[in-house]
Design a protein around this ligand. Structure first.
Ligand code: ADP
Ligand code: MG
Ligand code: ZN
Length: 643
């Protein structure tokens, strides 16, 4: 329930209670309740003045009767409620009898000449209604309300077992996604084209006896366009798209998940050819022993998974229903899901490379008004590691920034600012940071930049910033390769580590002490050194050995290491990592000592301007090591020609 609604509801309840209390204070007390037998006693002695009958209740008034008679008939002393003193006489004479059921009553009242109004109802239907049906209905309504809330939109109380699968693009002409909207994952697109053919013309395939895969599993990191690709398949083929997310199943009550799966497939069969898309399938398809339910298993999830398997086995692919699913954790999926006849085809949707990113930028800038200086290739070069979703985000952000500045075209600087935002969270220019810390950050970042600048194999330094952004990020040095790299040499890796250590080395050189600011640098440096030793066989002591067990899912968080090192090996690994990091640190310190004047100048300029781009860096630092090297070879070449 929404907070405000809840609050005003409580407020209402409170108000009603106050009113009720007030009334009961001010009004005359309710008539005394007596039993029917006592009432009959009064009647027999002709003591009743008049009565009013309603449903099964009698409200009546006695004639002027002495207290003693009342006490005698009612069997106890009259105890006037404290508040009733004002209405003493009235209170003594008024009474009420409830739950009266007597067909003879009217007759007797007449016989005794009592003045009466109204009738007694036989009443049980009404009682039943009031006592049982109304409260029950209210309960059901409340229950239904909460259920609907829990399950979101469409479901109503009576049909909460029904799949809430959204039918996307039921009318294929309306707002459909096509392959033109998908870029940078050409191989995946190529692979799903066959499915489009099949969905467009299932008969053709059936006639030739061809078999389509029933289940296609899209595997890849978040935001790479898995959902988009599935929608595009539906859009290209012009078929309905049923989508449901695995995580929706998990929050449900016992038995509901399985019922939903059943219903989803029933709907899909009725609409074939069509696509059923199960997003985040790992939420239901985890194998036992994985995740938070370690060991015992989770019954609801398991029964949902079983129902899914049953449904998949239950129809053959000629029915024209193609099931697509997406996950970024294929490693945790229950093997039963991957068996033939189920999700036996896997399509990898990986992060886009340089060209792919450029293509995605093109897709997402299609409808934007761009200034002439916008270079999509350069943007792609500045965003290594971005997935499609982040690029879409950048384009959107750039458009917003330009609009906020009142421009009528989106310029390159808007894109660059948008990239920064996406990379490091929103700028917090006015976040207060004490001057001493700011100085440390400036030297730390200058350390990275200077070391990176004078290392021959390090990635070029594009930008240094000490504008604090987000939590914990006080500054950053942007150092990225100009193109995507698939192979790295030992020298390049060592230079990377050295540049990472440049921050801490600068702190030590300038301030004689170190700060916690280098934690992330050290972590990354250690990681690279470790991989050099145990994964890439780059340590002389250990030789060309790799201790990786299973590299299959490498892109999902690093290789798994073998666990059967000897203790001797483990010791050498530790030693080697330490040696590499130590040597790199020494090198970083040397460079900084040698270029100390430039380091200081850079830090001071940085404190002044906060952000320095490559041209400004060049002015302060001079030609970089890479530039020196290339101008040397050029000179050598011209020498050669000259001779
Ligand atoms: P996933 O399902 O893999 O997590 P989505 O398909 O939900 O990623 O991607 C989210 C959004 O990011 C898409 O709607 C689209 O705007 C954008 N996007 C992601 N990948 C691509 C791509 N390859 N080409 C174009 N746009 C993409
Ligand atoms: Mg998705
Ligand atoms: Zn650092």
């Amino acid at each position: 329930m929404e907070k405000r609604v809840k609050f005003s509801l409580w407020y209402l309840v409170f108000l009603v209670m106050v009113l009720w209390f007030w009334q009961s204070l001010m009004a005359p007390p309710a008539p005394r309740e007596i039993t029917y037998k006592q009432f009959r006693d009064y009647l027999a002695r002709d003591l009743i003045a008049r009565v009013e009958l309603k449903d099964r209740v009698i409200v009546g008034e006695l004639k002027a009767v002495p207290d003693s008679v009342i006490e005698q008939i009612e069997g106890h002393p009259l105890q006037l409620p404290a508040r009733a003193q004002r209405w003493k006489e009235q209170w003594k004479r008024r009474f009420t009898v409830v739950r009266v059921q007597d067909d003879q009553l009217i007759h007797d009242l007449q016989a005794h000449g009592v003045d009466y109004k109204g009738v007694l109802s036989s009443g049980w239907i009404r009682d039943l209604f009031l006592l049982w049906i109304v409260p029950l209905a209210i309960l059901v309504l409340i229950w239904g309300y909460f259920f609907r809330n829990k399950m979101g939109g469409g479901a109503n109380v009576m049909s909460f077992g029904k799949a809430r699968a959204k039918i996307y693009a039921e009318d294929p002409k309306k707002s459909r996604v096509t392959f033109a909207d998908v870029a940078g994952i050409d191989e995946a697109v190529e692979e799903v084209k066959e499915i489009v053919d099949f969905l467009k013309n299932p008969k053709k395939y059936q006639r030739l006896g061809g078999k389509m895969p029933k289940g296609v599993l899209l595997v890849g990191p978040p935001g790479t366009g898995k959902t988009l690709l599935a929608k595009a398949v539906a859009g290209e083929a012009g078929v309905p798209f049923f989508s449901i997310s695995g995580s929706e199943f998990v929050e449900m009550f016992v038995g509901v998940g399985a019922a939903r799966v059943r219903d989803l497939f029933a709907q899909a069969r009725a609409k074939a050819p069509c696509i059923v898309f199960i997003d985040e399938i790992d939420a239901i398809g985890r194998s036992r022993g994985h995740g938070p339910y370690l060991g015992g298993g989770h019954d609801e999830r398991e029964s949902t998974l079983n129902q899914l398997l049953t449904e998949m086995d239950g129809f053959d692919s000629s029915a024209g229903v193609v099931i697509m699913a997406a996950t970024n954790r294929p490693d945790v999926l229950d093997p039963a899901l991957l068996r033939p006849g189920r999700f036996d085809r896997q399509i990898v949707v990986d992060k886009p490379d340089l060209k792919g990113r450029e293509a995605i930028f093109r897709v997402h800038t299609r409808n934007l008004v761009l200034a002439d200086d916008v270079d999509l290739h350069l943007l792609a070069a500045q965003t290594p590691g971005f997935a499609g979703a982040e690029i879409a985000n950048v384009c959107n952000e750039a458009a917003l920034l330009a609009a906020r500045k009142g421009k009528d075209k989106i310029e390159m600087e808007d894109f660059e600012e948008a990239i920064e935002r996406v990379v490091a969270g929103l700028k917090k220019r006015n976040k207060l940071i004490n001057p001493n810390e700011r100085r440390i950050v400036a030297y730390h970042e200058s350390g990275h930049a200077t070391v990176g600048w004078f290392l021959p194999h390090a990635d070029p330094v594009h930008k240094v910033s000490i504008v604090p952004r987000g939590v914990g990020a006080l500054g950053y040095t942007l150092q990225t390769p100009l193109e995507d790299r698939y192979l790295l040499t030992k020298e390049e890796l060592l230079d990377r580590i050295t540049a990472l250590l440049g921050g801490r080395a600068a702190e030590e050189l300038i301030f004689g002490t170190v700060s916690t600011g280098a934690q992330n640098d050290l972590q990354r440096a250690t990681e690279i050194a470790r991989n050099m030793v145990v994964v890439y066989g780059m340590s002389e002591k250990l030789g060309h050995l790799s201790f990786v067990e299973n590299e299959q899912n490498g892109f999902l968080g690093g290789p798994t290491l073998r666990r059967d090192f000897s203790e001797e090996t483990a010791r050498i690994v530790d030693e080697e990592i330490r040696r590499i990091v130590d040597e790199c640190y020494k090198r970083a310190s040397e460079i900084l000592r040698e270029k100390r004047d430039r380091l200081e100048k850079l830090a001071k300029t940085l404190l002044e301007k906060e952000v320095l781009e490559r041209p400004e860096l060049k002015k302060i630092l001079g030609p970089s090591a890479a530039e020196q090297a290339s101008s040397k070879t050029e000179a050598a070449e011209s020498d050669g020609k000259g001779n």
